[in-house]
Design a protein around this ligand. Sequence first.
Ligand SMILES: NC(=O)C1=CN([C@@H]2O[C@H](COP(=O)(O)OP(=O)(O)OC[C@H]3O[C@@H](n4cnc5c(N)ncnc54)[C@H](O)[C@@H]3O)[C@@H](O)[C@H]2O)C=CC1
Ligand SMILES: O=C([O-])CC(=O)C(=O)O
Length: 320
Amino acid sequence: MARPKIALIGAGQIGGTLAHLVALKELGDVVLFDIAEGTPEGKALDIAESGPSEGFDAKLKGTQSYADIAGADVCIVTAGVPRKPGMSRDDLLGINLKVMKSVGEGIRDNAPDAFVICITNPLDAMVWALQQFSGLPANKVCGMAGVLDSARFRHFLAEEFNVSMKDVTAFVLGGHGDTMVPSVRYSTVAGIPLPDLVKMGWTSQEKLDAIVQRTRDGGAEIVGLLKTGSAYYAPATSAIEMAEAYLKDQKRVLPCAAYCDGELGVKGMYVGVPTVIGAGGIERIIDVSLTKEEQDMFDNSVNAVKGLVNACKGIDNSLA
Ligand SMILES: NC(=O)C1=CN([C@@H]2O[C@H](COP(=O)(O)OP(=O)(O)OC[C@H]3O[C@@H](n4cnc5c(N)ncnc54)[C@H](O)[C@@H]3O)[C@@H](O)[C@H]2O)C=CC1
Ligand SMILES: O=C([O-])CC(=O)C(=O)O
């Protein structure tokens, strides 16, 4: 059986890391696409040359031609611009919207059967625009953010409790911005919800609140440290988790930006929700119940995403 074909649109920091991970994990053959001449070719060759030492079997090709992504099983989109210190993700909207138009059309014309994972920011609005521009079915187009935000939450919690992160589960809902909702009630250590761990004296409410806020600021924390761009190792790993769930029909329960049609009270837009990812793409959205306080925070986040989607419609008439 032929190896799956994985197209990475954008060969920058995340794109290059994705290519390396796909090869190391032998998930398939890689096509790296970028408009910057030489970058995808150079990264593809560099990673291919690590193959003999690593012992992986994967072909890697760099290209500036969308024809090379023809028949891709998975497309992961990182094309665009990252933020720098002092900027919010939303400041990237105008420039990255134009990129989503060309990428969406490229995927539509060359890889219409692919499962598409968007990473470009501001995430929830960009994945919505990418689905509109590509015209692919909504269950085959999703956005990566919740897996990353939840991984950050899990990391901070594992450090606080001094337990293995394998035993920490966490859930972050809503848009991938300052209003995201790390769900304390649905996050656990070995099944014990965080509020119970506060009652048991494992941590204080103040410390838990600080971890929640650090999770919300997780992207900005890395941007502030790196100064030249944003996080890429953990974002790439998160998207690979989603791609693997699709390629291997794992039915993983993962939070991601999915098109909601009434679930959690959201209709006709993309936002971070718990999903099941398998061979059918986004196979199910888990319609969790929220407390009044959680619902208010979630609605606030949904409204922030709505504002960005409306801004997209204002910029590009074809989206209105
Ligand atoms: N959803 C999430 O959780 C996260 C999202 N991001 C976002 O991911 C995006 C990529 O980040 P990095 O890889 O660090 O940026 P980067 O600047 O290293 O790479 C972006 C690449 O896109 C290419 N590009 C620009 N316009 C293009 C076009 N029209 N077609 C094809 N390629 C094009 C550039 O030449 C560059 O190589 C940014 O928007 C960033 O904000 C970053 C981290 C996490
Ligand atoms: O913060 C950024 O600009 C990149 C991002 O989305 C993240 O790392 O969560």
